[in-house]
Design a protein around this ligand. Structure first.
Ligand code: SF4
Length: 282
């Protein structure tokens, strides 16, 4: 097993804001990817406070090797109160940019697209001027499902490629690299900002990462995040390499050089990390 270098260690931060955020979430029966994916930024984000809401339950129908979301139970019933509960919570937290993601629901006919649309509308109806970013699954390439989401007019459609194509069989076995690029292309064609992200340190080469960046540019992607893969559980894929801060800087520079508008690359960068700043500061 690789030793965790000093630059890849992040202190959790004070416990009080984390407990307070968790109490709000539990009271409303909400899930976050921050908790389910054991994100290293949870202390920082919950203290702000911000969080990435995860709709459609906390049980996933896919078996991606990097992800610690529960895959061993039956997916939950769709909660009709979830959209309004998220909207009210986002308002209470004073968010001006909210990120909504979901587990992948291949068991649902629309892949959960309707729940995304209802959530986008509930948030926009509750908080004027808020920016809504959705981080969606690929809906198995179903255009009708994707259009349900896009027609609800999210400000940003984020869909992560997660890794380079050669690693898909072990990292995202039920996904397809070209299909995922297609999701971004379709969002862009509908006039919605397209965003994506990958993890580094799973065994990819630098050239492969650059090729992904070129593919993203070719798909019309406006924003890209790149962060270090950190093994969330003992059952998850091992870290093959801790990428140095210099290499992350090189990726960011390369992405911008080839014309991607917003590129955010660093050890602790996640697709929703500092989401509001990525778009406003770059
Ligand atoms: S980076 Fe994203 S997933 Fe991680 S704690 Fe922050 S908001 Fe949650």
């Amino acid at each position: 097993m690789k030793r965790l270098p000093a630059w890849a260690k992040k202190p959790l931060g004070p416990a009080k804001p984390i407990h307070e955020m968790k109490a709000v979430l539990r009271r409303r029966g909400l899930h976050t990817v921050c908790e389910s994916a054991r994100c290293p930024n949870i202390g920082e984000c919950f203290s702000k406070p911000t969080a990435t809401f995860m709709i459609l339950g906390d049980v996933c129908t896919r078996t991606c090797g990097f992800c610690s979301v529960n895959k061993r139970a039956r997916p939950l019933e769709v909660d009709p109160n979830e959209p309004s509960n998220i909207a009210v919570t986002a308002k209470e937290l004073g968010l001006s940019h909210v990120v909504i993601t979901s587990v992948t629901r291949d068991d649902l006919k629309d892949g959960g697209a309707k729940q995304f649309a209802l959530t986008i509308r509930a948030i926009k109806d509750t908080i004027s001027g808020i920016l809504v970013e959705v981080l969606t699954p690929d809906f198995r390439g179903d255009d009708e499902a994707l259009n349900i989401v896009l027609n609800a007019r999210p400000d940003i459609l984020n869909h992560n490629l997660e890794t380079v194509p050669s690693l898909y069989p072990i990292v995202r076995p039920q996904a397809d690299y070209r299909r995922s690029l297609g999701v971004l292309k379709k969002a862009k064609a509908k006039g919605v900002m397209a965003k994506s992200g990958i993890m580094a340190g799973l065994g990819e080469t630098m050239e492969e990462v650059k090729e992904v960046l070129r593919d993203l540019k070719g798909s019309g992607c406006d924003a890209v995040t790149i962060g270090q893969y950190l093994r969330p559980t003992r059952e998850s894929l091992e870290v093959k390499e801790y990428i140095t801060p210099q290499v992350f800087m090189d990726y960011e520079r390369y992405g911008k050089e080839i014309g991607i508008k917003y590129v955010y690359s660093g050890t602790f960068v996640r697709s929703s990390y500092n989401a509001e700043k990525l778009i406003s500061n770059s």
